[in-house]
Write a protein that binds this ligand. Structure first.
Ligand SMILES: [Zn+2]
Length: 149
């Protein structure tokens, strides 16, 4: 499903990530694609958490949300909008926050803050990406892999 992620056209992208739950589902699928590992105790078994698509360790009962340890953690923007912003910035890093705010119908300051976060993530990855191009998927799952690397 996510193999089309990088070359996906803007229209498809918007219709694909059109709801909060779709975004959460993608984040959950991607971050736990190699299976669930509890960050607190290393246990592999989980049950559903309280929040949609979050997972709760069956041993220590700690819950991890789908957005935890991703660029969307504590993100105040609705996830579909946040996904769109990441997409726009990855495709056109020179896009202005004014353009973003018009495109996404969000406050410019909100766009500025989140764009900065995305750009930090892109900058941190530049040396590891091929031809200087940063994969959208890497940014969306962002930060976490960075801290592990
Ligand atoms: Zn645990």
């Amino acid at each position: 499903m996510l193999t089309i992620f990088n070359n996906i056209a803007v229209k498809e992208f918007h219709s694909y990530f059109d709801s909060e739950s779709k975004c959460l589902q993608i984040l959950a699928e991607e971050k736990w694609k190699d299976g669930f590992v509890c960050r607190f105790c290393g246990h592999h078994h989980y049950c559903e958490g309280k929040k949609p698509f979050s997972r709760r360790c069956t041993r220590c009962k700690k819950e991890e949300s789908a957005t935890a340890h991703t660029i969307f953690h504590h993100c105040k923007i609705a996830l579909p909008d946040a996904f769109r912003l990441v997409y726009a910035v990855c495709n056109t890093p020179t896009v202005s926050t004014l353009e973003l705010s018009e495109q996404l119908n969000m406050r410019q300051m909100t766009c500025w803050k989140f764009k900065k976060k995305v750009m930090n993530c892109i900058d941190a990855r530049k040396d590891v990406s091929e031809q200087g191009k940063v994969e959208l998927k890497q940014i969306i799952l962002g930060i976490d892999e960075l801290s592990q690397g």
